[in-house]
Design a protein around this ligand. Structure first.
Ligand code: NAP
Length: 288
């Protein structure tokens, strides 16, 4: 029940109406019985500064950040975690005595399902398809695993070069090897982890795959195929990879775990991850 003492949490973005975060956070808040509420906060880019000032004025407890504010929020923060600096984007902000502090829980979210597999990461080679915002969280996560090699695939030579440079100049330098898509066939048989961070295969173009059936057939058995997409669930890519003997991880767990990590920061207590997962599955029409 909302009372005079209810504390506010939320997600800022533009647009924000499709966000699933209110569903999963409010489900966890209800289960815990804590006096918080999590709301969508539509903020246009030109209103970001005014909104942040407003959040301070009304004592908002914390918020998530989605497109297009993940980088633009940085100047408003008095403290930024190393992981967020490395990724170059913030998705979670909380209040401190000195102002707003921020981090990026996508990295923890991405890593959580990988931690359930007992692998020798230091001898594993990974391929990341795509070099956009989500790929940055994946690179930061894989570098925390001390994975042997990180091969990043992009379609634009200039963007590939800029991506590589950004990691060499990062507060947490990471060695990545960049390639165009033409080089993928030679890399696939050697990899132990193949991550799709492109939107290829996402609803509504659900029949598409980021790699071909022939390329999937090149995967070693037990390779982990990880798709950051969570609708559809699973994607055609994951279905084909599983059929070829790979282990499939979909993007739902990353979404759940990045949310759980944020809620843990705001509430400073353990959070019911299962309830968050179930609420998301229900919202997406997936079987529990
Ligand atoms: P983004 O910044 O736009 O990056 C997308 C990347 O994919 C870019 O490198 C882009 O290349 C490449 N790409 C796009 N279309 C392509 C195509 N047809 N063929 C080859 N490459 C293509 O997007 P993002 O924020 O990283 O998000 C990417 C995906 O991850 C989305 O599906 C999103 O829903 C998912 N995601 C999931 C989670 C989760 O919690 N599960 C979190 C974050 C993101 P160009 O730059 O050349 O266009």
């Amino acid at each position: 029940m909302i009372t005079g003492k209810t504390q506010l949490l939320g997600v800022i973005g533009n647009p924000v109406e499709h966000s699933l975060s209110p569903v999963m956070h409010n489900a966890a808040i209800a289960k815990l019985g804590v006096n918080y509420v999590y709301i969508p906060l539509p903020v246009k880019p030109e209103n970001l500064a005014a909104s942040i000032n407003g959040f301070s004025a009304i004592n908002l407890a914390g918020f998530n950040i989605t497109i297009p504010h993940k980088q633009a929020i940085l100047p408003f923060l008095s403290e930024v975690s190393d992981v967020a600096k490395a990724v170059g984007a913030v998705n979670t902000v909380w209040r401190t005595p000195n102002g707003w502090a921020g981090t990026n829980t996508d990295v923890e979210g991405f890593l959580a399902p990988l931690h359930t597999y007992n692998r020798n990461w230091q001898q594993t080679s990974a391929i990341i398809l795509g070099i956009g915002g989500a790929a940055r969280a994946v690179v930061a996560g894989l570098s925390q695993l001390e994975i042997a090699e990180i091969h990043c695939i992009g379609r634009d030579i200039n963007k590939l070069e800029a991506f590589k440079q950004s990691w060499q100049n990062s507060p947490v330098p990471v060695n990545i090897i960049t390639h165009t898509w033409e080089e993928l066939n030679a890399l696939i048989p050697e990899c132990g982890l193949l991550v799709n961070t492109t939107p290829v295969g996402m609803y509504p173009k659900v029949e598409e795959m980021p790699v071909s059936g022939e390329q999937i057939a090149l995967l070693k058995p037990e390779t982990i195929a990880y798709d950051l997409i969570y609708t559809p669930n699973p994607t055609e890519f994951l279905k084909a990879a599983k059929q070829a003997g790979a282990i499939a991880i979909d993007g739902l767990e990353m979404l759940v775990q990045q949310g759980a990590a944020a809620l843990k920061i705001w509430l400073n207590q353990p959070v019911p991850v299962d309830i968050m997962r179930d609420s998301l599955k229900a919202a997406l029409g997936l079987k529990n």
